[in-house]
Design a protein around this ligand. Sequence first.
Ligand code: ATP
Length: 267
Amino acid sequence: MSFVSVRDIFQSYGPRPILERVSLDVEEGEFVSIVGASGCGKSTFLRLLLAQERPTRGTISIAGAPPAQEPDRDRGVVFQRYSVFPHMTVRGNLIAAEEFGGAGVIPRFFGARRREAAARADEVLGRVGLAHVADQYPAALSGGMQQRLAIAQALAGRPRVLLLDEPFGALDPGTRLSMHVFLQELRAETGMTVFMVSHDLEEAFKLGDRVLVFDKPRWDPIEPEAYGATITYDFDARNGGVPFQAAAAAARALHEPQREDDHVPAS
Ligand SMILES: Nc1ncnc2c1ncn2[C@@H]1O[C@H](COP(=O)(O)OP(=O)(O)OP(=O)(O)O)[C@@H](O)[C@H]1O
C-alpha cells in the first residue's frame, strides 16, 4: 500500500457536495502540489488529511493507519497567515509548538525538559536560518521570517507529512523565491512528504513532483453547486510537466511488443 492512500472520498457540507470520488496514492517523500479554482475544496482536502474533518464517505490512510484525530506529530501544517504567538519569543513559539504538537497554548515544560526543548528549538531555528532572532518577538520579524517561523513550528514535531495551505501567498515575490529555495533544501534534508495548495501554477510546477488539479467533472449551469470536485489531472511535474497519465501510458507502450508493420526499414 502507498504511504498516503485516499480511496473514493466524498465530502459534503449539509446537502452540498464539495468533493466527490477523490482517490489518490502518494509515495513517502513525494511533493504534491494542489491547484484549482477558488472554493473547489482544496483546503477541505487538506483538512481531511489532517483528520480535522471526517469524510462523508471513503477512507484515508497515512503510513497504513487512518490519520489520528487528536493533534499528532506525524503531520505539520502551515497556513497562508499563520498565527504565531505574539507574546512569546521566536524560541518560545517553537517550544510551545513542541509541547502541544503545534496547537500550543501555555508552555508546560520546566527544568531539564525545558532546556532540552530549548536546545531542540535552537537546532530547528538554525535549520531555518532564524537562530539570530531566537530571543526576539514575532512582531520584529519580516513576513518571510514569520512564515519561516511558522514552518519551523510545523517542523518542531518532526512530522512525516507537511501540509501547506498557500504558505507563500502573502509574501512579496523576492521573499517568495527565497522561501522556495528554503523549502527545497528542507525537503531534501528531511525527506518529508509534502502537500501544498497554491494558486500559483508556476510555483506548483516548480516545487511539486506532481501537480493535482481539483475541478468539477460535472457542471450544472442551473445549479452550480449540485456537484463536487475531484482530481481531474495528475501531472508529473518531474518530467517537464508531461501529464502523469500520458507518461504512464507511454511507459506501458514501451513495454508492449512491437508489431511487425510498425517497423520502418532503413532505405
Ligand atoms: N465547515 C464548513 N461548512 C460549510 N461549508 C464549508 C465549510 N468549509 C468549507 N466550506 C465550503 O466548501 C467549499 C470549499 O471550501 P475550501 O476552503 O475547501 O475551498 P478551496 O478550494 O480551498 O478555496 P480557496 O482556493 O478559495 O481557498 C467552499 O464553498 C466553502 O464555502
